[in-house]
Design a binder for this molecule. Structure first.
Ligand code: ZN
Length: 370
């Protein structure tokens, strides 16, 4: 099999959602810098993400929404009517200079990824994973929905069994809405209970297409292992997927400011390693993640895991320099702990498996063989 491909773009270094937005932090640019410093990116395994054209985006999004998004970028202004109708120009989805081009580049990357793995392979698009985007409006920091666009590209290329797994701290409401009742797409989402967008309850099966597991705050690595072993891996394997799409949001790790889940990076890396074996095509996307050190370190380790690169316990001085240069306008950012600077790996967070989680897993796993 061809070696894994990393999809990136300079646009993630040179644009921002505005200084007060949780996504004002550098994310993909840090991953690229860290991977380069570690010798993990080469001209052969790196592709520049194309900016998707409106016609490509309209395989999921409505033409009037795409036109409104382009016009908002051009005008750098939205009317009250546009704000109301398309949720553009809000606190979550502000007007900013690249508000079409940046999400359209992430979406173009995910659609390119789906094309690149048509005959098999592995692609990582860390700028992807915008799982809240709706067909006709922005939602939850997402202007477009690149997972849906990538999955549609895979299905349109002739595949009919794709599994989408989402381990972001938030429920993938946009993806679920797009594939409600689908028999070609199985969706498996683990997300923090009672957190925005409050969808994805245990009983919500999206017309048979989805397994939704809301989890309590404080989720630990042992609990995540149980979720992998009892739900995610068997439900994926039972669908006999021709392709797997993993949304690997970095906001379920312990030091993220927008969730109360407490996984270590090993949980995500183990998930990537295990899922890689279950289908001939594997697309890994980013997602949430609002602590610049957590995101950069986690996704750099995801890339290493996809390639089988050895992750050193302690980073060399040049690589540490990248992490030392990061800033964050939160109190934790003023005095980062040593492990944010000298290693990719978090300390493991082992712990007991809560009884409620065991019960919820039993409820869901009973559906797997049906
Ligand atoms: Zn999230």
């Amino acid at each position: 099999m061809q070696s894994p491909i990393f999809i990136g773009s300079e646009i993630y270094c040179n644009s921002t959602y505005g200084s007060k937005h949780p996504l004002a932090i550098p994310r993909v640019s840090t991953v690229i810098d860290l991977c380069r410093a570690l010798g993990w990116l080469t001209p052969e395994n790196y592709r520049v993400s194309p900016c998707a054209k409106p016609s490509a985006l309209e395989t999921f999004h409505t033409p009037d929404y795409i036109a409104a998004l382009q016009k908002a970028e051009q005008d750098q202004y939205v009317s009250d009517e546009t704000r109301e109708r398309y949720a553009l120009g809000t606190l979550s989805n502000p007007v900013f200079p690249e508000m079409y081009r940046r999400p359209a580049t992430a979406a173009g990357g995910s659609m390119l990824a789906a094309e690149l793995i048509r005959d098999g392979g592995i692609v990582f698009n860390p700028a992807g994973g915008t799982h809240h985007g709706l067909a006709d409006r922005a939602n939850g920091f997402c202007y477009l929905n690149d997972p849906v666009l990538a999955i549609r590209t895979l299905l349109n290329s002739g595949l009919d069994r794709v599994v989408y797994i989402d381990i972001d701290a938030h429920h993938c409401d946009g993806v679920e809405a797009a594939f409600h009742g689908s028999t070609n797409l199985r969706m498996i989402s683990m997300h923090e209970a009672r957190r925005w967008p409050l969808t994805g309850t245990l009983d919500d099966d999206a017309g048979g297409a989805a397994f939704n597991l809301p989890v309590a705050r404080g989720l630990n690595d042992d609990e995540f292992s149980a979720i992998m072993d009892e739900l995610i891996l068997p439900a994926t394997a039972a669908f006999k997927p021709q392709a797997i799409v993993l949304q690997c949001g970095a906001d379920a790790v312990t030091e993220d400011p927008l969730s109360r889940l407490t996984l270590s990076s090993s949980s995500h890396w183990n998930a990537v390693a295990a899922l890689k074996e279950l289908a001939p095509r594997f697309l890994v996307l980013g997602g949430g993640g609002y602590n610049p050190w957590s995101v950069g370190r986690l996704w750099t380790g995801v890339w290493a895991t996809l390639n089988g690169f050895y992750i050193p316990d302690r980073l060399d001085t040049d690589t540490q320099t990248i992490l030392r240069a990061l800033t964050w306008n939160r109190s934790a950012g003023r005095n980062p702990p040593p492990h944010w600077l000298d290693t990719l790996r978090d300390a493991p967070n082992f712990g007991p498996i809560q009884e409620e989680l065991k019960q919820d897993l039993r409820r869901l796993t009973a559906r797997i063989s049906r």
